[in-house]
Design a protein around this ligand. Structure first.
Ligand SMILES: *Cc1c(COP(=O)(O)O)cnc(C)c1O
Length: 368
């Protein structure tokens, strides 16, 4: 059967290998498998969230509150914006999809960093939108600007993934503002802040404040998610923050009841447990030091990370695919970046004991 030709060259998004698969394929006990591949919170989620989900379990037979006004109010209060500045998505993934469908088309491309979050390209290609990428793999705003200025009429959306997945770098907020001030008001700039909590914890100079951002720039959409620092990847809750004129258009693309009753309760409760998030962030950066030390000691390159993962880049002596395969057979799941054209692996920072196991196996592999 013939399908829409736009889909021909889309490579299906590959999530981290599920634990069950490693259990089945390699006969490793489930409790011995560690997954450091999907940037999930190794602390799980707040215990209050689990309680809230149990408490509301009996409500699953009725449709969720489609206005989501409680969650929007909570987010509005947290970020000092109005409810009308917020849209909720089934993960911020879904808001990315809304943004691309709202603004890009066959004549209006999207511009991204050389290596960045794969979903921008997948959603773009689904509707025949071309993606222009910088030659620099990490965010180089000078190069973004040059490409933009030379192709001004052809670019509809610029994606800034700050901090960037899968590489981990970020950009000081002052430079981000300076860049956006050079962009036409009719070009949408999406700032994907999936890892902002981590960046803020590491260095305030990298903090993007959504209210400030959308006050200054009426052409910006900020994205946040509950999947990373809040530990709610399985609940699928993300959000977009922008001027009402942008949010209203995105609403036209939103399917009704796009997140569940339990997701709403989980997100509301998660937002209130600041201690859980704070503890997760502290653990993350304390443990990340151990990865940096092992990398330094073995002369492995890595990108200074503002996230909950570290990207280790190998020279020709090693193959990231082989390293990832050996680790997998030991029950350690990491993300090989060969498909991004990089001889590198991305490792989510885990709990101390998970990191012990990764680092021990990793060093053994390096020594051959
Ligand atoms: C994880 C992630 C998201 C969104 O995840 P959802 O689970 O869909 O909210 C968005 N952007 C980046 C860069 C991510 O890493």
């Amino acid at each position: 059967m013939k399908f829409n030709s736009e889909l021909d060259d889309i490579v299906t998004y590959e999530g981290g290998k599920p634990i069950e698969l490693v259990v089945r394929e390699f006969g490793i006990k489930e409790e011995d498998v560690i997954k450091l591949a999907s940037n999930e919170n190794p602390n799980g989620t707040s215990l209050n969230v689990i309680e809230a989900i149990k408490e509301h379990a009996s409500k699953v037979s009725i449709y969720p509150d489609d206005s989501m006004y409680r969650l929007k109010d909570s987010l509005a209060e947290r970020f000092r914006v109005e409810s009308e500045n917020i849209i909720i998505g089934a993960g911020s993934d879904q808001v990315i999809e809304f943004a691309i469908r709202a603004k890009a088309n066959k004549n209006l491309k999207i511009l991204t960093a050389g290596i960045t979050f794969a979903m921008y390209e997948i959603y773009a290609k689904q509707i025949g939108v071309e993606v222009v990428k910088t030659n620099s793999i990490t965010h180089n705003l000078d190069e973004f600007l040059t490409i933009y200025k030379n192709n001004r009429d052809e670019i509809g959306i610029i994606f800034l993934c700050l901090p960037n997945n899968p590489l981990g770098e970020s950009i000081p907020t002052r430079e981000v503002y300076k860049f956006i001030s050079e962009i036409d008001s009719d070009t949408l700039v999406v700032v994907d802040g999936a890892y902002q909590e981590y960046a803020i914890f590491k260095d305030k100079k990298y903090e993007v404040v959504p209210s400030d951002l959308i006050d200054r720039f009426h052409n910006v959409l900020y994205l946040g998610t509950f999947s990373k620092a809040y530990g709610l990847g399985g609940m699928r809750v993300g959000y977009g923050i922008g001027q009402k004129s942008i949010i209203d258009v995105l609403y036209k693309l939103r399917p009704p009841f796009n997140i569940t009753t339990l997701s709403i309760e989980a997100a509301l409760t998660a937002l209130e447990d600041e201690k859980f998030v704070e503890d997760s962030l502290r653990l993350n950066f304390n443990q990340m030091k151990r990865y940096e030390e092992i990398a330094d000691k073995n002369q492995i390159d890595y990108i200074n990370s503002y996230t909950n993962f570290i990207t280790l880049i190998f020279n020709e002596k090693y193959s990231s695919k082989e390293i990832a395969d050996i680790l997998l057979r030991e029950g350690i799941i990491v993300r090989d970046l060969t498909s991004y054209g990089l001889n590198a692996i991305r490792v989510t920072i885990g709990q101390p004991r998970q990191n012990d196991r990764f680092l021990e196996s990793f060093e053994k592999i390096l020594l051959g």
